[in-house]
Ligand binder design. Structure first.
Ligand code: F6P
Length: 742
């Protein structure tokens, strides 16, 4: 039924078009053409007969003229000829001239401006042309030429028939094509589109299998649809709620579940032997804090130095162990270092060279060629581990930090199609400061093996680009922040790191009141005692000495706080194999003792120094128990302790005193921002914090919590992964274009 309708409908439409449009149009056109033809013919005949006719008229031979006219009208078309000497005179004509043509009508016809007059007669339609033919004897003489037009009607009918048949044939073809297309396209294409949307391909399998030449087209179409989906998908990161789930979605949609490998020196879980038991430790590391939730979300592989005393005991034959131990989510691949390698690469070049070089903390960097050699060798060892771990030839590799500056280039040499995102967790100094590194060019070239190179702040990006510009033959585009070096381009971008939000429920298990009570009890402090807290690795860049000096100044300027305020400094031992760190520890310990002795009165001491490792849960209890947290880094890429303190305070109380030399200070203006070198200013900030009304604490804390929630670590990682995905798409398109040109 539907089929016959599809056939008949176009036909009916064609018929209607013929009846109401085409036939009258054809009539009008053919009539016009023939009238023009007859006009021309009349003019031709008039010209031809003018001379003989005038001779006969001049000779006064009227009978002869009539004969002459009769002869001419033997022509099949020329129906009659007449001559009027004047309007009032009788017409001199051939026998066939219709009676209704009279001499006194001619003037009127000519006055109508037409070239010819159409006349209906018993013989059919007639074409009457009047031509002026003056002579001396008859200056108003006019010649009348009458043509038979019945042939026009005949021809018009024939033409109409041809047009009718042609249009009917056309209508039938259109109907047929409509039916075929409807059949093919409606069912076939709809099914094709459905299967395409199901991800099966444009055409149904049997058709495709029968037509293998369509396969490349199908592949291209599928890719095109995916590219289109990807580019039109909301890339507005502010519209995304950044959670582990959002990260997983990005990995599956944008990177289609690609192979993700993280590489860092520090491992996220350290297995330590304690007598008969193996204990799992989580290191005090901002890097681990940031990356661990990401790896849980994307289940990739984390390659890191196996530094724990029981690390070898728990790995499989590929040196891998599934972590976190309580609910495994990803693989930790351990790289083993000899004591010499660790001494040269980690303690030596990374922490006595690059660390003080990048932190302007007034500790001189030490560069030894032996350390450099170990640094190169260990970077190579990590590169080999990454290449071995890669499941594809183009994995997404996230290289972390200053321990592995050479790794990006080494990986790039082995896996040219890898997407390498390097994140530099510490500051980048200005070119003058960096210039003292004897291997500055190698370090820069190594880092420029990255596809994307991230820093915490724009200031560090600027410093890096300036350094490259100064020391390498590279093209630096300051508008897009792209560096082209050795035929390879690196995007230098700012990605301020953060922490997981919301914090793990177990961190917040104890409510704030309980934390206040338990922490004070643990430290022999009275219930209403004011408490400040600092949580750091025992590192000279953290400004612990300056912090203690500020506390001393507070007590000196406001003795009211003596015995009423205690500052608990949790200091995780770190890099204790390095002299500078040993001196620093000794200095910190001595200073705490001196200040405590100086303000020794009845009651608790001003400073409690805990040089020991604390698990995150214990650290959170301190954060929740404290009235203030003091972060006084002399130079810090970001400082996640500041953000963790904020995350811990779901009661919207507590004050953050924050060094202006941290990356965090740029994001958290509601903290009390201080210069850690200015003891008076810091002391004033501590006093302000201790006396700040609860309403103001709430207002400040609420704003800071809003920022950390919004700019959490999932967003940090998500932004890098989105940029990596976009980069991969662009390079795929570029290689397609390249192929097309070939
Ligand atoms: O700040 C740079 C950094 O790598 C941090 O990410 C981390 O907190 C710290 O250094 C790690 O120190 P280490 O691994 O030497 O203990």
């Amino acid at each position: 039924m539907r089929l016959s309708l599809r056939f008949v409908l176009p036909l009916l439409l064609v018929l209607a078009a013929i009846a109401y449009g085409v036939a009258p149009l054809v009539d009008r056109l053919t009539l016009g053409w023939f009238v023009r033809d007859l006009d021309m013919r009349s003019a031709l005949i008039a010209n031809t007969i003018q001379e003989p006719l005038q001779e006969q008229l001049a000779a006064g031979r009227k009978a002869k003229t009539g004969e002459f006219f009769n002869r001419i009208t033997q022509d099949e078309r020329l129906f009659a000829v007449g001559y009027c000497a004047a309007p009032a005179s009788p017409v001199l004509a051939s026998r066939s001239l219709p009676a209704q043509i009279r001499c006194n009508d001619l003037e009127r016809w000519q006055g109508q401006g037409a070239t010819a007059h159409l006349l209906a007669s018993a013989q059919g339609p007639l074409h009457v042309a009047v031509k002026r033919m003056p002579s001396e004897a008859a200056p108003e003489g006019q010649l009348v030429l009458v043509h038979d037009m019945s042939f026009v009607t005949r021809r018009s009918k024939e033409t109409q028939q041809y047009v009718f048949y042609a249009f009917m044939a056309l209508g039938a073809i259109i109907s047929l094509v409509t039916v075929i297309i409807a059949q093919l396209s409606w069912r076939g294409w709809m099914a094709g589109m459905h299967s395409l949307l199901r991800g099966e391909g444009l055409l149904r399998r049997p058709v495709l299998d029968a037509l293998p030449e369509f396969k490349p087209i199908e592949r291209d179409l599928q890719r095109l649809v995916r590219e289109l989906e990807a580019t039109t998908r909301a890339r507005d990161e502010s519209q995304i709620t950044w959670t582990p789930e959002a990260l997983r979605t990005i990995l599956h949609t944008e990177l289609r579940g690609e192979d993700v490998i993280v590489v860092s020196n520090r491992e996220p879980y350290i297995h330590q032997r304690r007598g008969e038991r193996i204990e799992v430790q989580r290191p005090a590391s901002g890097l681990v804090t940031a990356l661990e939730p990401i790896m849980r979300a994307c289940s990739g592989t984390w390659v890191a130095h196996g530094s724990g005393s029981a690390d070898r005991e728990v790995v499989d034959k590929s040196d891998c162990v599934a972590v976190p131990p309580e609910s495994p989510a990803y693989q930790l691949r351990r790289v083993w270092l000899t004591p010499e390698e660790e001494a040269g690469y980690y303690y030596g070049f990374a922490n006595e060279g690059l660390w003080p070089l990048c932190h302007i903390a007034h500790v001189r960097p030490t560069f030894r060629s032996g350390d450099w050699a170990q640094y190169v060798a260990v970077n190579r060892k990590f590169a080999q581990a990454v290449v071995r771990q890669a499941k594809t030839k183009n994995p997404v590799v996230l290289v972390q930090d200053y321990h592995l500056a050479l790794l990006p280039k080494m990986i790039r040499d082995e896996l040219p199609d890898a997407t390498i995102i390097t994140f530099w967790h510490i500051p980048w100094p200005n070119p003058e400061s960096f210039a003292i590194c004897p291997w500055r060019e190698d370090i820069l070239a190594g880092m420029l093996g990255s596809s994307i190179l991230g820093f915490h702040t724009q200031f560090h990006c600027n410093n890096f680009v300036d350094t490259v510009d100064r020391f390498l033959e590279a093209r630096v585009d300051r508008e897009s922040f792209n560096v082209s070096f050795g035929g390879k381009s690196t995007a230098v971008q700012r990605y301020p790191i953060s922490i997981a939000w919301p914090p793990e429920p177990e961190m917040m298990a104890q409510d704030v009141a309980q934390c206040r009570t338990s922490v004070r009890e643990l430290n022999d402090l009275p219930a209403e005692h004011k408490l400040g807290v600092g949580v750091d690795r025992l590192d000279y860049t953290k400004g612990i000495v300056e912090r203690f000096r500020a506390i001393e100044q507070l007590l000196e300027l406001n003795p009211h706080w003596i015995g009423r305020f205690t500052f608990v400094q949790i200091a995780a031992p770190t890099r204790s194999g390095i002299d500078e760190y040993q001196h620093h520890e000794a200095q910190v310990r001595a200073m705490a003792t001196r200040i405590n002795t100086r303000f020794e009165r009845q009651g608790p001491p001003p400073i409690v120094l805990k040089v020991e490792h604390h698990e995150p849960r214990a650290v959170y209890a301190y954060f929740r128990a404290a009235d203030l947290c003091f972060v006084s880094s002399l130079h810090d890429g970001m400082n996640l302790v500041a953000k963790e303190f904020i995350a811990a305070r779901d009661d919207e109380r507590g004050v953050l005193v924050l060094s202006e030399f941290t990356g965090a200070a740029r994001e958290l203006p509601e903290a009390l921002i201080v210069n850690p070198y200015d003891a008076d200013q810091c002391a004033a900030a501590l006093h302000l914090a201790l006396t700040m009304p609860e309403a103001e604490q709430r207002d400040r804390m609420r704003l800071m919590r809003g920022l950390v929630a919004e700019y959490n670590v999932f967003r940090w990682a998500g932004r890098m992964l989105l940029d990596a995905a976009a980069m991969r798409r662009r390079s795929r398109l570029a290689s397609q274009k390249g192929r097309a040109r070939l």
